[in-house]
Design a binder for this molecule. Structure first.
Ligand code: ATP
Length: 285
């Protein structure tokens, strides 16, 4: 049985780490959320973070994007220790990643085109016409019709809002993408559309993608490695097939159930006997 380490067991990706979290501790008052949490994300991988409600996934993401300071431990992103940065250095580093927030995070007073163009206005000296053209390109790339650029966030459906948020995350051609529950609240067809979008953007940009998701189909079909959070730590990490071999009670508790088995069966049906779906069914343990 593979050993559950933060480095994972998947042999294929030997790229250097672009995110290294070491001995992370986070508390809110007396409530300990992360206790010596370690995590490594390699360049170019689609790395999912899962775990039960309250296990600290969103807090971890907020810490990685410098919106929350951990109590102790270190976080290196793109070879930079984010806790020692000056304001100016942090500003430069932020240009190298894009974030898609769970609820979109778009400004309601701006239309989609201006929301998408905002990072370009903040971080570059490009002319307005060029910014509008680049925003239009990112809007199209994210699967929205060009007319959506002139709509306001309140005029968009849930799926369109996610795509607009993705377009903004892509504004600066980031090396690293953080996606917080991109399929939450979507119907199955909408969720499948976002899965396809993430996969095609990953192919196009070859970027590293860190994603918080409960979407079992995404985990089986799109992610390279999955880290399971529990007990304040990463209790297991690997491909879904590798996780299916692990006996840890938190891992089995999270995935074992009719929906987990259905997602695995569907992935196996779609992919035949490919490497990433070879794990034993959760029920066999
Ligand atoms: N600003 C805060 N102040 C106090 N407690 C907080 C704060 N932010 C998060 N917490 C607590 O930290 C814990 C982890 O929260 P977090 O939102 O990171 O969990 P999560 O794994 O993302 O949960 P979910 O899957 O439900 O979104 C929870 O118990 C939450 O109540």
């Amino acid at each position: 049985m593979p050993v559950a380490t933060d480095q994972g067991t998947t042999a294929e990706n030997k790229n250097p780490a672009v995110i290294e979290v070491r001995q992370l501790c986070t508390r809110f008052g007396s409530h300990v959320v992360h206790a010596d949490l370690d995590l490594h994300v390699r360049q170019g991988e689609i790395y999912a973070i899962v775990g039960g409600s309250g296990t600290g996934k969103s807090t971890l993401l907020r810490e990685m994007i410098m919106l929350h300071r951990p109590d102790s431990g270190s976080i290196q992103i793109l070879n930079t220790d984010i806790q020692t940065l000056s304001k100016a250095e942090a500003h430069v580093l932020r240009q190298r990643w894009g974030v898609m927030f769970q609820h979109g995070g778009l400004f309601g007073t701006l239309n989609v085109r201006d929301n998408v163009g905002l990072p370009l206005r903040e971080h570059t000296d490009l002319a307005d016409t060029l910014i509008d053209e680049l925003a239009a390109w990112k809007i199209t790339l994210s699967g929205l019709a060009p007319e959506a650029g002139l709509q306001y966030p309140t005029e968009l459906s849930g799926g369109m809002l996610k795509r607009a948020s993705m377009a903004r995350a892509l504004a600066l051609d980031p090396e690293l993408l953080f996606l917080d529950e991109p399929t939450a609240g979507l119907d199955p067809a909408g969720a499948a559309g976002i899965d396809t979008l993430v996969r095609s953007l990953h192919e196009l940009y070859q970027s590293t993608i860190v994603i918080i998701t409960h979407d079992l189909d995404f985990l089986w079909q799109v992610s390279d490695r999955v880290a399971v959070l529990g007990e304040g730590k990463v209790v297991g990490v690997g491909s879904m097939a590798e996780l299916a071999e692990m006996d840890h009670p938190v891992i089995r508790g999270y995935f074992d159930g009719p929906r987990g088995r259905a997602a695995q069966a569907q992935a196996q049906t779609q992919a035949g006997d490919q490497q990433h779906t070879r794990g034993k069914p959760w029920t066999q343990k």
